[in-house]
Design a protein around this ligand. Structure first.
Ligand SMILES: NC(=O)c1ccc[n+]([C@@H]2O[C@H](COP(=O)([O-])OP(=O)(O)OC[C@H]3O[C@@H](n4cnc5c(N)ncnc54)[C@H](OP(=O)(O)O)[C@@H]3O)[C@@H](O)[C@H]2O)c1
Length: 320
């Protein structure tokens, strides 16, 4: 199979395309022919080995980066029920040191319970662009911060991958949603359904004249301490990236009704199927800023590293 790989932690420019052996589906697994992948900040962290990237992938070389994928099953392992060759599916590889594969390749092998049916209303690029970020937003707000209907939610970093889905999912779950983003992305965040979109450069969260039941710090720039003055009693704070301030916040929360959590996204069929249902009913959708052909993957990664992406960047391996 053709794959994009690194031989050591390095720069994006040092990665290269090459032929690697095709993987095979073992018992309980399926092999997916990747039609599209999506780019995440984690891919840049894995390639450079910085910002915790060494903990997101097995440190074995050649290392193929990439987590999100959408494609079609082309091999079914022994004992797998419910999936057949040709089924269109989407998902993401584990963010863990046990993960020895990457979705920047023509084939991936995954546990049968860790993929969902591809939404019929989405292209492969749109489905791949939903996998990690929609699962993260859902698991962060519903499971970690106990979002309930009627809650008021603040999403810090509402214009990026996690935030763009976060706004839509929180609305789908019946919340009032406020989001922060750069001034250039305010219209985008409002178009996603946010009740209020605020420029993070012109804002101090603790000065907001509102109380929030859930705060999702998707950008990982607002600590629990900074958010606490605007959190209601019993509110939940959840971040995508633990920092020393997260630990301090966790300790402080032990003496309050408020909770501090860190989300580690898990690829679960039930969540992916729910996200696919929401996409098909038109309640949520991927925002794909740009789609690059597979050969232009280095440009896609550079664009992600540069920041300011509206939603997601996708990579197309095969038509569809
Ligand atoms: N723990 C997990 O399971 C998990 C899962 C997924 C992602 N993550 C991590 O979560 C983080 C966000 O992921 P993503 O995919 O959403 O990234 P992204 O697409 O790059 O989005 C980043 C967001 O942060 C905003 N931002 C930048 N600087 C900010 C600031 N000073 N204050 C407030 N917002 C700011 C950006 O706004 P503008 O573009 O408008 O400037 C954008 O909305 C990354 O570190 C990623 O690795 C963790």
């Amino acid at each position: 199979m053709r794959a994009f790989a690194i031989d050591r932690y390095s720069r994006i420019e040092d990665a290269s395309f090459r032929e690697l052996p095709d993987p095979s589906a073992a018992a309980g697994q399926v092999r997916v022919r990747v039609h599209a992948a999506a780019v995440n900040p984690a891919d840049v962290k894995v390639i450079t080995g910085r910002d915790g990237g060494r903990f997101l992938h097995a440190p074995r070389f050649p290392l193929v980066p990439g987590f999100d994928f959408s494609g079609a099953i082309d091999q079914v392992g022994a004992g797998v029920d419910g999936w057949s060759e040709g089924d269109a599916v989407f998902g993401f590889l584990p963010y863990a040191r046990s993960n020895r594969q990457g979705s920047f390749a023509e084939l991936v092998v995954v546990e049968a319970g860790a993929i969902g049916r591809k939404p019929a209303q989405a292209t492969h690029a749109e489905a791949a662009s939903a996998a990690t970020v929609a699962s993260t937003a859902l698991q962060a707000m519903r499971d970690k911060a106990r979002l309930r209907q009627g809650a008021r939610v603040l999403i810090n970093g509402a214009s990026g991958g996690v935030g763009s889905y976060g706004v839509q999912i929180a609305k789908r779950l019946g919340a009032e949603v406020w989001g922060t983003c750069s001034a250039a992305r305010i219209e985008h965040v409002e178009a996603l359904g946010a009740d209020r979109a605020l420029d993070y450069r012109a804002l101090k969260i603790s000065d907001l004249d509102a109380r929030f039941d859930v705060i999702l710090d998707a950008a990982a720039t607002a600590s629990f301490g900074a958010c606490r003055p605007v959190m209601s009693p019993g509110a939940g704070y959840v971040t995508t990236l633990p920092t020393p301030a997260t630990l301090a916040g966790f300790l402080a929360s032990l003496f309050s009704s408020q909770t501090v959590r860190f989300v580690v996204v898990k690829s679960r069929r039930a969540d992916l199927d729910l996200i696919a249902d929401w996409i098909d009913e038109g309640a949520v959708a991927s925002v794909v800023d740009r789609t690059y052909p597979f050969e232009a993957l280095p440009d896609a990664l550079q664009a992600m590293a540069a920041g300011g992406v509206k939603g997601k960047i996708a990579v197309q391996m095969a038509p569809g």
